[in-house]
Design a protein around this ligand. Sequence first.
Ligand SMILES: *Cc1c(COP(=O)(O)O)cnc(C)c1O
Length: 570
Amino acid sequence: MEDWKQFTQDQRIAYFSMEIGLKAEIPTYSGGLGVLAGDTIKSAADLRIPMIAVTLLYRKGYFRQHFNSDGWQQESDIIWQPEKYMQRLPTKTLVTIEKRDVKIQAWLHTVKSPAGGRLPVLFLDTDIPGNAEEDRKITDHLYGGGLDLRLKQEIVLGIGGARILQALNFAIKKYHMNEGHASLLTIELLNKARVPIESALEECNSSNAQQVMDQCVFTTHTPVEAGHDRFPYDLAERILPPEVPIEFLKKISGDDHLNMTILALKLSKYINGVAKRHGEVSQNLFPGFEIHAITNGIHPFTWCSPFFVNLYDKYLPGWANEPELLVRADIIPDEELWENHCGAKALFFHYIKEVTGKELNPDLLTIGFARRAATYKRGDLIFKDIDRLLEIGRGKLQFVFGGKSHPQDEEGKKVIQRIIKQAYDLRGEIDLIYLENYNMDIASRFIPGVDIWLNNPMRPLEASGTSGMKAALNGVPNFSVLDGWWIEGHMEGVTGWSIGPPPTEVDQEVGRAEEDLEDMYQKLENIIIPLYYNDRKGWIKVMKNAIGKNAYYFNTHVMMRRYVTDAYIH
Ligand SMILES: *Cc1c(COP(=O)(O)O)cnc(C)c1O
């Protein structure tokens, strides 16, 4: 059993995230944000960056996804046993929520890097005898319930998290807020520094407030105003603990709503967006703050299929802890690269057969699309003109889709339903499968097991995107709208292909579906399909470029080094 005390020796970076995805068996994540947090932690462990992560223990997970016969998403709780993966610590802390005392306990999970690093992750939990029945449920579901519950969870994360670190005697050098959900920790730090809240009111420039700012790093992930967490003040007043001064919040985090992003922006010295473009978009949304950009990444070893692990171990030893070595991907012989890709594809197709009974043809160009089914991701875009798609793809294309919609997102569920209905309409002509319950485990087989990775969000709503980086690492080229990380990774016809117009103005439209669609069909027909079937050597060249020109750079090792030099050591 790991002893948490060993982790209190060094000063640490405290990384706060509402969701963390380390592996499918710990279902405390919903999508990209959580997986990014998990990958960040794993790279920090590999690089021996002294960090401690804090999140919540969702005893019923996000949810398990099923479809009924109409293709409508159904949800059920995920039953799992935290004891199998973590150890309950004896120390507890207390917060006041809705004027009731709520006890919080923490569970310790230790991430163990093959390179020797160890990194503690604390999962906070209110399911403790003695807490009111309703408070025991606060940490049941990730993103479940309404605004009330969300604010309660944010109190547990931000205030409870800061308190438990103190109760456990952790020495914290920086507090890194991954998205605005943990912003309340800034208030806890102000209170702890005994900043007379009145003086902090003076534009946060009292010296003690400055000291809190110096400790805080904030990463924003949301490129639109409406996406930022906010709470009406009457609700805040009812739920927040008395030591959180509402008047102060009103002054610094928005007059009419408590805006968690503004709160974090106001009290952090270092602020960043998650791709260069997203940094610019955020700078426009929040003038008056200096917003930097550190592009997201993925954890190389986690997202590399076993086939490519073997291949890289053979030709580029040391790649997992020094992914820059992938820059020499060209030395891998074509046949071996192709063989291993076919291996990854066969493994995935075998999985599909097991869970759906359907057999896909391994010789067909297979397009993959999987991520949260939020409407802005436009999962059903490619089916807008079915006749055209049939004309282009009959006998040449097949599709695999996956992704969950938030339980309260009716529109997202409709997108999934339309895709499933499409599968029915296209049967016998183009095979299309929508896999149930997309999660990290399925993703690790899915992404390496297709030939091309499709992404067509509305600009500029994809802050970064990371699944395309997982594809690149496995030699799967991207075919994507120029938004997020792809603006930085894209070289037309070299690393993959773009969809739609180049990125120009920051304040871009969000629509342009027609233009994107036309470009998508046109490139599939005239460039991508011919290259795949008629010039295998040319196709393999693009695969190698995805590895050597994308994967070597777009990973969390590179990303973490930047957080250290730009945000943590100052
Ligand atoms: C990587 C990953 C995502 C992120 O996908 P995007 O296309 O970047 O939105 C979502 N869900 C799971 C399970 C993932 O592994």
